[in-house]
Design a protein around this ligand. Structure first.
Ligand SMILES: [Zn+2]
Length: 136
């Protein structure tokens, strides 16, 4: 029999199982408990990332619709300095898809699309927001 001075400890996976570790660095009852816990952690992390990104998409959508109502006074088109949007928390790198043609790149959201251009002569970056006829 292997004598050990190690105290019983609770398996780290959350199963509630107590065991006497054979090594001081053993944290799980056995490998399958360790694997299960690893899988859960990876899944939770992915899920968290998904929810965080979803929140940013929705926030962007809200800000753009808000800008349409405020700057476009309810019209279907608004032009707003990009810095104004960013100041409110807009993250331009989050969009659903973008389409490009030789003149412009259009960033699509659920109910609006955005096109950026530089205002002459000062070069201020502007966002042209358009309400879409078809919602994604
Ligand atoms: Zn366990």
């Amino acid at each position: 029999m292997v004598s050990t001075n190690l105290n019983k400890r609770e398996c780290k996976c959350g199963c509630g199982q107590w065991f006497v570790p054979t090594r001081s660095d053993k944290q799980y009852f056995n490998k399958s408990h360790a694997d299960k816990h690893y899988g859960q952690r990876v899944r939770n992390k992915k899920q968290r990332k998904y929810y965080e990104e979803d929140k940013i998409f929705h926030r962007n959508e809200e800000l753009l619709l808000d800008a349409l109502n405020t700057w476009g006074r309810g019209a279907e088109l608004a032009i707003i300095p990009l810095v104004e949007l960013i100041a409110k928390g807009f993250k331009s790198e989050y969009y659903i898809i973008k389409t490009e043609d030789k003149n412009s790149t259009i960033f699509h959201y659920y109910s609006v699309s955005v096109c950026y251009y530089s205002n002459e002569p000062d070069g201020e970056k502007m966002a042209l927001i358009t309400l879409k006829e078809e919602v994604y």
